[in-house]
Design a protein around this ligand. Sequence first.
Ligand code: NAD
Length: 399
Amino acid sequence: MIVKPRIRGFICTTSHPLGCASNVREQADLTRALGNAAGCKSALVVGCSGGYGLASRIVAGFGYRANTVGVSFEKSPENDKPASAGWYNNAAFDHLAEEAGLKSVTFDGDAFSHEIKEQVIDELKTNYAPVDLLVYSLAPPIRVHPDSGERYRSVIKPLGEAYEASTLTLDVLKGTGRLTPVSLEPATEEETAATIAVMGGDDWRRWIDRCADEGVLSDDFKTIAFTYLGNELTYPIYRGGTLGQAKEDLDRTCVELNKRYGGKGAEALVAVLKAVVTQASTAIPVVPLYFSILFKVMKAAGTHEDCIAHINRLFREQLYGDSPRRIDEQGRVRMDNFEMADTIQAEVRRRWQAINGENLGELADVQGFTEDFLRIFGFGRDDVDYDAELSDLASVVRS
Ligand code: NAD
């Protein structure tokens, strides 16, 4: 079978097993090239199959030689339908870990459910405890509440008043884009509460409490969750909107976790990460336009990082390194220092004001954005023959 990208807007319904495997191998190689570091021996990564969670698992495994347990919600291949990219990423990670003599196991299922927590904790007790790092990197659209069974759907909307702006609509396969208007009505209170239930801190706290109650965490464990702040251009749709409310809940959870577990030397952190193209981030309106302007400016300044470079810097500099912590007044670790640098932001603002249909390709990195998007699904790599027949969509990643 030959697998080609099938794209609708910011959704790609196919993924290439060999391309995904190459993506994971490349990230592992980049991490190994930075050298072995110490501090993390056993890690649980919730949301391990893509974006920042996958990068965290790779850095823990191939930068720190940690044994890792991953949890994610992915689709396996069915007949002639390829698996989701995250499923291939997990298979590739487990394969590389085995090659490197590291223990790893991946659980596929709903991280919010009691069942998955139980299964993971059983495995941790038998093979991985004490866990000294729990990375919480979920970006789910819905949550079925494990106690009530109620189904919450997160929404990406402004609060208070409607928001109108331009966004970038892509023709990914041509590497082109155009500006299109977006108009979003403000969220209702119910929608805001649902978004907090899905993307806030409740489930992070549940993972930590369950793991602590079951005795699978080391006394001095670290746990980290990720957030985004952005600037005034993205504020109405991100930090000032429903997602921002959920992220404020995550910040409050971090404070609570430190109160509850800090006594014996454990530490909970929220890290503010930079903008990168992932399945989750491309779903946010307006963000593609801001990101593609930002990437052009950061690439010109030589400060652009992708997921793996960014997470390597997080681990080696802030999480375990001995550099002074870059902490803001809310206690968050600021990894977005390059993105938020005054010179970068001033140039992004200037371009944002000036951008139009004619100068889009000149002021924004539309091509880079589309390349990053295709890469998520294992497409657009030079080292993969996309015309080659694949015999078996499940086992090909191990070859
Ligand atoms: P992503 O879409 O690449 O990955 C999300 C992960 O969550 C995947 O592994 C997916 O399988 C998993 N997942 C979703 N629902 C699940 C469920 N019910 N059970 C188990 N697993 C589930 O997302 P990402 O962009 O890497 O986001 C990860 C975190 O980083 C989020 O908290 C996000 O807000 C934050 N962040 C992202 C950016 C960015 O620009 N992408 C910037 C700053 C912070």
